[in-house]
Design a protein around this ligand. Structure first.
Ligand code: CO8
Length: 260
């Protein structure tokens, strides 16, 4: 199978670009996330790599979030294995020493939104057809505490309270207003602006910036790190419930109908 992620690393600038290229919608499957974690580990270990831009090669979509098929009709063992790599992706990205920038070139629901929230800065294409947000409740599922905290750390308690209960998907202008994204740019400039922004971030003394970043993020990271097994168990027992499986099935049917 062809790689689901293409990494371009420019040694002269110290900036790597991750192009997500898993058709049709970059859903975060077990294989996708495993590949992502391996790539991240390599970049993180390379001391010359100081910045990472994450973007999508798929038209209209940044990432459709967790692959629902990894959570539907699967064994508890499979769900547990899947959840572990979801945790791993978040731990690696939210705690990365690199400057991370999300170049959000399309819609970014649920896990796609989480992925972009792990970055230090978010630049989104200014196209009202695209949406971003943690819409879990709309699928009848509950965003785990570390999804919720990542959101709180970004847009504050009140915005998160409303966004998560209603499972809101925001258009770019609304997302900018609550601080869910940092900047909107015309669609064809997302990547260029991400590169320019990276250059600016990389002028800050690295060690000071890294310590500051971990000071901001470590309380949330530590909470998951010390509770990983319990969090996996919670997820598995929740997602394998018959009522939850039924919600997922109805949601998938809704996606198909909307298409027709
Ligand atoms: N997983 C699996 N398949 C998906 C997903 C997904 N997340 N998203 C889309 N697909 C499939 C569609 O069913 C469709 O399949 P097919 O071609 O066989 O009909 C194909 O991908 C293309 O999708 P669309 O036709 O809908 O493509 P569009 O370009 O029209 O729209 C969107 C793209 C906007 C991304 C749209 O597909 C969409 O809204 N997808 C659903 C996004 C979503 O709600 N994801 C939530 C996933 S759950 C999650 O990430 C966090 C879970 C936390 C769990 C906590 C439990 C305790």
């Amino acid at each position: 199978t062809s790689p689901k992620i293409k990494v371009d690393y420019d040694q002269t600038t110290g900036v790597a670009v991750m192009h997500m290229q898993s058709p049709p919608v970059n859903s975060l499957s077990l294989d996708f996330l495993t590949e992502l974690c391996i790539s991240l580990e390599k970049l993180e270990m390379d001391k010359g790599c100081r910045g990472l831009i994450i973007t999508s090669n798929q038209p209209k979509v940044f990432s459709a979030g967790l692959d629902i098929l990894e959570m539907y009709g699967k064994s508890p063992e499979h769900c547990g294995e899947f959840w572990k790599v979801v945790q791993e992706m978040w731990l690696k990205l939210y705690g990365s020493n690199m400057v991370t920038i999300a170049a959000i070139s399309g819609s970014s629901p649920a896990g796609g939104c989480l992925l972009s929230l792990t970055c230090d800065y978010r630049i989104m294409a200014d196209n009202p057809r695209y949406t971003i947000g943690l819409n879990e409740t709309q699928l009848g599922i509950v965003a785990p505490f570390w999804f919720k905290e990542t959101m709180v750390n970004t847009v504050g308690h009140r915005n998160t309270e409303v966004a998560l209960q209603l499972g809101l998907l925001y258009k770019p202008a609304e997302a900018l207003k609550i601080g869910l994204v940092d900047q909107l740019v015309p669609e064809d400039q997302v990547f260029t602006v991400a590169t320019q922004t990276m250059t600016k971030w990389l002028t800050i003394p690295e060690h000071a910036r890294q310590i500051t970043k971990s000071m901001m993020r470590n309380p949330t990271i530590d909470k998951l790190r010390t509770n990983r097994d319990a969090d996996i168990q919670n997820f598995v027992s929740f997602i394998t419930k018959e009522s939850i499986q039924k919600s997922l099935r109805m949601y998938m049917e809704m996606l198909k109908q909307r298409k027709a």
